[in-house]
Structure formats: C-alpha cells, structure tokens
Write a protein that binds this ligand. Structure first.
Ligand code: TRP
Length: 335
C-alpha cells in the first residue's frame, strides 16, 4: 500500500541557509528515495503564518518566496502535490468539525500556547492570556485538519512539531471510536534525525529572530559580505587555527565532501588566514546556490508561473479533499 506523506511550511520570512539545509534539502531527498511507494503532499501553510504575520504585502511576498525557493531547489510538481492552504476550502470546514471533537484541555496543554502563557506569568501580566489570539490557541486544530484531510499516514517533522501530530492523531482516533468506523486515517509522526543545528553568523542557532542568518538568495556580492561577517577568533594570518572551534569550519563542513573538508582542515592547521578561509567558503556556498538562485530570480520575475503551478496543485489536492469531506459529512452529520 502506498503511504501518504504530508508536510507544511509556514511562510514567516525569507528562506535562509538554515531552512535549506535543515528542511528543504532533506525533504527533497526523501521524495527521491521514496517516490515509488509514497504520495507526497507539500503545502504552504500561510493561514498558520497569519497568527503572526499581519502585513498583507509582506505576507504575499513570503508565500512567493517559499514557493519559488522549493521550486528552485528542484521540487517537481509532477511528483509532489504542491499547493497553498488557502486554495483548499474543505480544510476550513474540516477544521470546525474537528474543533467539535477536541477537548479544550488538549489545547491548554499545547507547548506553543503554554510557552506564551509562561512568558506572561514571568512578566507578571494580570492576564495570563494577554496578547494571545485564538489563532495561536487553535493552531493545532488547523494543523490536524491539514493532516487528516488528505488521509495522511506519515508526517515528517522536527521535534517541536511532534505534539501537533499527536493531537491530530488523538482527534482522529476519538472520532473513529465515536462513529465506530475508520472515518479518518490516524497519522504517525516521523521525527527527522537531528539535522545538525545550523549555526548563524554569530555562532548561535541560525534564526531570523536573532538577526544572524544568511538569506538563501541574496546577490553574490551580499553573500560574500555576509560570509565575511562570520565570527572568528583573533588568531593572526599565518598562525595555526583550531578547526574544532572555528565557525568557518562548521560552515565548510555543511557544504563540502569529507575529502574537501579534510583538505580545508589541514590548511587551517597550517595557518590559512581567516580571510582566505572565508573566500574558500564563499566559493563553496556560492557554487551550490548559484543554479537555484538563477531559477529563483526567474520565478520571482514570472510569478504567474508560480500561480499556475499552485492552482494546478490545489486542483489535485482538492480532488482528495472532496472525497474525504464526503466521508466525514456522511459519518459525522448524516449528510
Ligand atoms: N506547524 C508547522 C511548523 O511550524 C507547519 C505546519 C502547518 C505543518 N501544518 C502542517 C507541518 C501540517 C506538517 C503538517 O513548522
């Protein structure tokens, strides 16, 4: 039996190198590995992003950025059903029905919500729910709907998303039990092996919020500038460097073969200057990104191409969604 594998990406900012190495690259490799025995659904979760992104112009830009980025790195819409959440009206209908089967307590216990409550308590705010909108609170139900609407078997996720898949599974199993039939497929998370945390320019985890990220598709000139900003110690030009404490070395590792890496290692130990080391690193990164960058720029200048692909993807997705909803309405509502 073919498995359905589904994953969503939240457009909350321009994609950076951490997103590429940590999410995009492994997901596309997975498609290549399993395409014979799985159906893939990748979608843009822009309605989840709306819990925080409230600027329409930016919102739209992030959606195109994500779509163009995935396509630029080789996502093939013939092998993957690729669509935008908002193009699937059935999703929002299912969200409501699922809400009617979700214990409020489960959402009280959701990690993301609890973290915000804890922040309020730390700040001694009178209201523990201050500044928390219902979108944040019911986020797990919309995500359950994303998953259950497509009879998903497997959801590849990072550790922070495990609980969300558990909530989806528990909603499905509660409904199946109540109606004494398999109305919804109960999904499993597949926790991705810890992809090494991608460090930012300052050595902390690469994150938009730390302002330490290398955006994927900046110009070559800008990329060179950013690479030059990578933190180094004060070892002088001809002095031996310690690769194991060098962030430049960590980066090099992410973009090179083991053989290339060991050459680079030797050179650092022999006293390669930081400037020269960064120039080599720039070449490595740029070589991998050049092709996708051109493709990305092309797509961003021809957005109707992206629109068309997403509309086609939504059409494929909706065919499945409609079938699921017929089954759900019949079993839950008798309609
Ligand atoms: N919550 C996920 C994240 O923040 C994004 C997401 C939304 C998702 N719906 C999904 C992931 C469904 C997997 C399946 O990364």
């Amino acid at each position: 039996m073919k498995k359905t594998i589904l994953t969503g990406v939240k457009p909350t900012g321009m994609a950076h190198i951490g997103n590429y190495l940590g999410a995009i690259k492994p997901a596309l490799e997975e498609v290549e590995k399993r395409k014979e025995n799985a159906d893939f659904f990748f979608f843009i979760a822009e309605y989840h992003a709306h819990t925080s992104v409230k600027e329409p112009a930016l919102f739209k830009e992030y959606i195109y950025d994500i779509a163009a980025t995935w396509l630029a790195f080789g996502l093939n819409p013939d092998k993957v059903t690729f669509y935008r959440q908002g193009d699937i009206p059935e999703l929002f209908e299912l969200t409501w029905l699922l809400a009617c089967h979700t214990p409020k307590g489960d959402l009280n216990r959701a990690h993301a919500y609890k973290a915000l409550v804890a922040e309020n308590q730390e700040k001694d705010n009178q209201d523990p729910d201050q500044g928390i909108n219902m979108g944040v609170y019911t986020y797990p139900i919309l995500m359950a709907s994303d998953i259950l609407l497509f009879d998903t078997n497997i959801v590849p996720v990072g550790k922070d998303q495990i609980q969300h898949v558990e909530i989806a599974r528990s909603i499905a199993s509660r409904i199946n039990e109540l109606y004494k039939t398999e109305v919804l497929v109960e999904p499993q998370e597949e926790v991705k092996e810890e992809v090494a945390t991608i460090p930012g320019l300052d050595g902390r985890k690469m994150s938009k919020s730390y302002n330490n990220s290398i955006p994927l598709f900046v110009s070559e000139k800008k990329l060179k500038k950013l690479v030059n900003k990578i933190k180094t110690d004060s070892t002088g030009p001809n002095e031996p460097k310690d690769p194991d404490t060098a962030l430049v070395y960590d980066y090099y590792k992410l973009f090179s073969t083991p053989e290339e890496l060991s050459v680079f290692r030797e050179e650092l130990i022999k006293g390669l200057s930081w400037g020269e080391a960064k120039a080599q690193l720039f070449e490595k990164i740029n070589n991998q990104i050049k092709g996708p960058r051109d493709k990305y720029n092309q797509l961003m200048e021809n957005r109707q191409v992206i629109d068309k692909l997403l509309v086609d993807g939504a059409q494929k997705a909706r065919a499945v969604a409609k079938r699921t909803m017929e089954r759900v309405r019949k079993n839950l509502l008798g309609l």
